[in-house]
Ligand binder design. Structure first.
Ligand SMILES: [Zn+2]
Ligand SMILES: [Zn+2]
Length: 340
């Protein structure tokens, strides 16, 4: 069926994935249709799958780590044309005129904040439509599978680090060596930071060094705060884990004016006010970024050879791919590919 496509949709909160046929959508004015080649499976897709996002409507197709090719553009779209490669990430658009948008805080848009795979159908599909503002250019050097995880895990770590205040030569630690952390170490090392990897167990040390860390701290055998202090104290610690106690354990390793940048969605963490006060330290969160940040991430990744390690599944095996991602055992990101 030439005008039909297959998508992996969720019919309601907590419902299983189902592969269904739908008509290929026409892009509305200001939107672009993309033929999807690959889409990463991110932990945040559980917001769609399990119904944790307030107000989400079903059926919904998840997926916000999309790499594909533009194959039709809606009215008024002048910057994209059919045949161009494009990526779509978490940030699916914003109004552009509310006070937060006017201050450049697009992530806090109060009028029309769009999240790919939540506000509109995402990339677990052969085709999708997205607002033109949500598209990033994809360098030719990047395959769809290589590019997909960079559209969320990549941009989040890259953008958090480049906005962290750390400068080349500064001591920067990456807590966790999973889907986010294994990219974080690569970006930190290639940005010129003295990069330290922190994870549980001695067995992760070769990986950390291979990714670019000059030093490794085994948080099971050593006190990461004390070890970082011995190295002079971290200018930045990028916390990629989802365990609050692991985050709490590293804060003592921040140097004066050091910043703990949190990108792992832990339930809670302990903070020492005295530590913050005495060292003028800070803790801040970072969300991924907009399409131009994704575009910068892809370009930097090509320039410096940053790649995600991926486990690849065809769209039909979406349920298995999702379970694998949720198990936390994937090394390190899970990616869906579309046939044809
Ligand atoms: Zn994500
Ligand atoms: Zn707005």
């Amino acid at each position: 069926m030439a005008n039909k496509m297959r998508v992996a949709q969720v019919a309601g909160p907590g419902k299983p994935f189902e592969i269904v046929e739908r008509p290929i959508p026409e892009p509305p004015p200001g939107w672009v249709r993309i033929k999807v080649h690959a889409c990463g499976v991110c932990h945040s897709d559980s917001l769609t799958k399990e119904g944790y996002w307030p107000g989400i409507q079903y059926p919904r197709v998840p997926g916000h780590e999309v790499i594909g090719t533009v194959d039709a553009v809606g009215k008024g779209v002048s910057q994209w044309q059919a045949g161009q490669r494009a990526g779509v990430g978490w940030h699916g658009g914003n109004c552009g005129y509310c006070d937060n948008c006017r201050r450049g805080n697009f992530f806090a848009c109060t009028v029309d904040l769009k999240i790919t795979g939540i506000s509109f159908g995402g990339g677990y599909a052969e085709y999708m439509v997205a607002p033109a503002i949500a598209l990033a250019r994809v360098p030719d050097e990047l395959s769809p599978v290589d590019g997909a995880p960079l559209m969320c895990a990549g941009i989040t770590t890259f953008n958090a680090l480049r906005n962290s205040g750390a400068r080349p030569g500064d001591l920067v630690a990456v807590l966790g060596l999973g889907g986010l952390g294994h990219l974080g170490v690569q970006y930190a090392a290639r940005m010129g930071f003295r990069t330290v990897g922190i994870a549980r167990g001695k067995d992760k040390e070769p990986l950390a060094r291979e990714l670019g860390a000059f030093h490794y701290i085994d948080s099971q055998a050593q006190d990461p705060g004390a070890e970082l202090t011995k190295l002079g104290g971290a200018r930045v610690i990028l916390a990629t884990v989802t365990a609050g106690d692991a985050m709490s354990a590293v804060q003592a390793g921040l140097g004066p004016r050091g910043t703990l940048v949190v990108i792992g969605a832990a339930q809670s963490m302990q903070v020492s006010p005295l530590l913050l006060i005495a060292g003028m330290r800070e803790i801040k969160g970072w969300y991924s970024g907009t399409a131009i940040d994704s575009q910068d991430t892809l370009a930097f990744s090509v320039l410096k050879g940053v790649r995600s390690m991926n486990e690849v599944y065809p769209l039909e095996r979406v349920a298995e791919a999702y379970e694998r991602m949720m198990s936390g055992k994937a090394r390190f990101r899970v990616v869906l590919t579309m046939a044809g």
